[in-house]
Write a protein that binds this ligand. Structure first.
Ligand code: SF4
Length: 338
């Protein structure tokens, strides 16, 4: 595991995960104040808008180099008669991705320990945002039972107990104080020291969607750069810090890397959550990074240091997926990736 300090600028690669996103359903029983992804409960089958297997296979084949399959789903509540069908669909799509030689990464809200363990057999890593703590989040999540801090922390603990390589993160810029941000980072640091399973923490700026879409201004960038630096000093050094590159001005990316970001996350051709913010292409990212002395390098959804935590069958799947990924690695900017 590498150590991170301000002396690292340009010294090692910045990673990203070539990814394809599958959405089992946009139905969600929560109602977060900022969400533009959700389909409200409308009396229809929660899976009515879901992907069929042929649709999922077609999506995978459109992106043959994408080693990561992000399963991103709205949530059916525990105890609902529809929960079993919803969970079966997550499991079936994970298996389908596995049989196509990919590594699924599921982010579908809180799971029971049996559900998480079951998905863990087919997922290279899993994820759940902590989001944050304090009154700003309480207000936004008043109608979102699964976003309660105790529920989120319980899930992160559970993943640690199961030894699942895990991605979490903070949603920043929703009215929280600096003290709230630091307290949230301290909680994540404690979890990592206890369980060692947090492979990456996403520092995600909240951005308005649709017609209100707007990139961060200079003041907002400076504010986030301070939080990135704080995260780098609070979190154990093995935890990667991730910034979604479509939510940050492309030409300013080197400043975020200098502050401590070392990963750009899973990148599909579009962002199904922040739809108004187009993804930069890997070629565009590589060019901006190269000008600042960094190298952009593809990775799997599970970071290298956490692969030994996976079951043996998954480690073998990761090796095969990595071989294919490296075989498609571009030389310079002559990339088979769009
Ligand atoms: S839990 Fe996720 S999908 Fe559901 S309302 Fe909140 S942000 Fe939207």
């Amino acid at each position: 595991m590498h150590r991170i300090s301000s002396a690292y600028v340009g010294e090692w690669p910045i990673t990203w995960s070539p990814s394809v996103t599958l959405v089992p359903t946009r139905f969600c029983f929560n109602s977060c104040g900022y969400c533009s992804f959700r389909r409200p409960p409308d009396g229809l089958d929660p899976l009515a808008d879901g992907l069929s297997d042929p649709q999922a296979q077609a999506a995978l084949r459109l992106r043959p180099w994408a080693a990561e399959v992000l399963l991103l789903s709205g949530e059916v509540p525990p105890g609902s008669p529809q929960r079993r069908a919803w969970f079966s669909r997550l499991l079936a799509l994970s298996r389908l991705a596995w049989t196509e030689g990919r590594l699924p990464h599921t982010n579908a809200g809180p799971l029971s320990i049996a559900e998480m363990a079951s998905l863990g057999r087919f997922n290279g890593s899993m994820g759940l945002m902590l989001e944050g703590l304090g009154p700003a989040y309480d207000a936004l999540h008043r109608q979102s039972p699964s976003k309660r801090l105790a529920v989120r922390l319980g899930q992160l603990e559970q993943a640690g107990r199961l030894g699942i390589p895990f991605t979490t993160g903070l949603l920043l810029g929703v009215g929280e104080s600096e003290a709230d941000r630091l307290a949230a980072l301290e909680l994540l640091a404690q979890l990592q020291r206890r369980w060692g399973h947090l492979q990456e923490v996403i520092l995600q700026p909240f951005r308005p969607d649709a017609d209100a879409a707007l990139l961060l201004n200079a003041t907002e960038q400076a504010d986030l750069l301070g939080t990135i630096a704080a995260a780098r000093s609070i979190l154990p050094p093995e935890v990667h810090l991730q910034l979604p590159p479509n939510l940050w001005p492309l030409q300013e990316l080197p400043a975020a890397l200098a502050a401590g970001i070392d990963d750009l996350g899973g990148i599909d051709s579009s962002d199904v959550i922040n739809r108004a913010y187009p993804q930069p292409t890997p070629g565009q990212l590589a060019e901006v990074l190269a000008q600042a002395g960094y190298e952009l390098t593809p990775r799997l959804c599970v970071h290298q240091a956490w692969r030994r935590c996976l079951p043996l069958a998954m480690q073998r799947q990761a090796l095969r997926a990595e071989s294919r990924l490296l075989a498609s690695k571009p030389s310079g900017l002559r990339s088979p990736w769009p």
